[in-house]
Design a protein around this ligand. Structure first.
Ligand code: COD
Ligand code: ZN
Length: 374
């Protein structure tokens, strides 16, 4: 019996307030309005940014259904939707692509400026499709993947290969693409180059995958936790170094190892001090340094202009610089063509109901990515 046009009752993980566990609740999901898509989620992974909301470091209206790294199947579409149809496999996009704004029309920019839904915790029409116990429940960054069913704007969903394994390609919705794109799209790593990657979580490891795919000759992996080194090497790091093993600053160690500094450096931790170490590790004249992490509490960094005047490039981007709706289907196709692996990033798979366990694994540093299956 078709559910199209009807309210669907299903389970979702609701965050009622910060610093509390998720509650698995029975919620109602309204049908999609015009230019919206209702998706049956199949898999979602858990990302550090979801935990920042729980911890209170990333304010978003609550109660809400969080989750932004998922994959599913279109259940029904609202009026006027043309890019997907019921039955299509899709990935929701936390950074939408409207296709019409100044940035979507810019050849390089990827931060679509049309959607203010991020700030308000709603669909782009300012309302939500979720209710629980008679109360409206907010959306989260256009995606809300911690629910058996979710509704997204058409500009916040990409159709992907019908043969793709959703319990793996869900990582393309955030962490993998953020890291991989930072190497291949933002830095534009070149064949034979030297790279340094600071931070070996799921995103840093995805940067390593990107550097390797782009043909880097040396990839120096940096982390204060040496337990991260084995996986970094498996994915392409040629050397692994721990700043705690040296008495001098780590950028000096890297400069000595690389005849003055690497061609490309990446900060994938989210700390001011390591952003400076990463910048200084890139060559003063030809280096490109990319910021991937976001420091807490809007901290800022002061720099000597000479650090850039000599020729360095310092840049950053969200979602690996990818225009989401255009790039996600291509990234899935590249995964299907074995251009890069995703499996090594998935350390745990749990049923959706064990979402709080997945967050404990993230907080304890025991997981790289946990995939929750519905
Ligand atoms: N020196 C070296 N390594 C360090 C240091 C240090 N001082 N401190 C921590 N580390 C290592 C840790 O041991 C760990 O291995 C690694 O850094 C960080 O890994 P995770 O698992 O905490 O992080 P990731 O890979 O899941 O995410 C990293 C981000 C930088 C993306 C994240 O923390 C962040 O800043 N997120 C917000 C920015 C963003 O774009 N997110 C994407 C949208 S959700
Ligand atoms: Zn994320």
């Amino acid at each position: 019996m078709s559910t199209a046009g009807k309210v669907i009752k299903c389970k979702a993980a609701v965050l009622w307030e910060t610093k509390k566990p998720f509650s698995i609740e029975d919620i109602e999901v309204a049908p999609p309005k015009a230019h919206e898509v209702r998706i049956k989620m199949v898999a979602t992974s858990v990302c550090r940014s979801d935990d920042s909301v729980v911890a209170g470091n990333h304010p978003t209206p609550l109660p809400a259904v969080l989750g932004h790294e998922g994959a599913g199947i279109v259940e029904s579409v609202g009026e006027g939707v043309t890019s997907v149809k019921p039955g299509d496999k899709v990935i929701p996009l936390f950074s939408p692509q409207c296709g019409n704004c100044r940035i979507c029309k810019h050849p390089e920019g990827n931060l679509c400026v049309t959607s203010s839904a991020h700030v308000h915790g709603t669909m782009s029409d300012g309302t939500t499709r979720f209710t629980c116990k008679g109360k409206p429940i907010h959306n989260f960054v256009s995606t809300s993947t911690f629910s058996q069913y979710t509704v997204v704007d058409e500009m916040a969903v990409a159709k992907i290969d019908a043969a793709s394994p959703l319990d793996k390609v869900c990582l393309i919705g955030c962490g993998f693409s953020t890291g991989y794109g930072s190497a291949v799209k933002v830095a534009k790593v070149t064949p034979g180059s030297t790279c340094a990657v600071f931070g070996l979580g799921g995103v840093g490891l995805s940067v390593i995958i990107g550097c390797k795919t782009a043909g880097a000759a040396r990839i120096i992996a940096v982390d204060i936790n040496k337990d991260k080194f084995a996986k970094a090497k498996e994915l392409g790091a040629t050397e692994c170094i721990n700043p705690l093993d040296y008495s001098k600053p780590i950028h000096e160690v890297i400069q000595e190892m690389t005849d003055g500094g690497v061609d490309f450096s990446f900060e994938v931790i989210g700390r001011i001090d390591t952003m400076m170490s990463s910048l200084l590790s890139s060559h003063a004249s030809c280096g490109v340094s990319v910021i991937v992490g976001v420091p807490p509490n809007s901290q800022s960094l002061s720099v000597n202009p000479l650090l850039l005047l000599l020729g360095r490039t310092w840049k950053g981007a969200i979602f690996g610089g990818f225009k989401s709706k255009d790039s996600v289907p291509k990234l899935v196709a590249d995964f299907m063509a074995n251009k890069f692996p995703l499996e090594p990033l998935i350390t745990h798979v749990l049923p959706f109901e064990k979402i709080n366990e997945a967050f404990e694994l993230l907080r304890s540093g025991k997981s790289i990515r946990t995939v929750l299956t519905f």
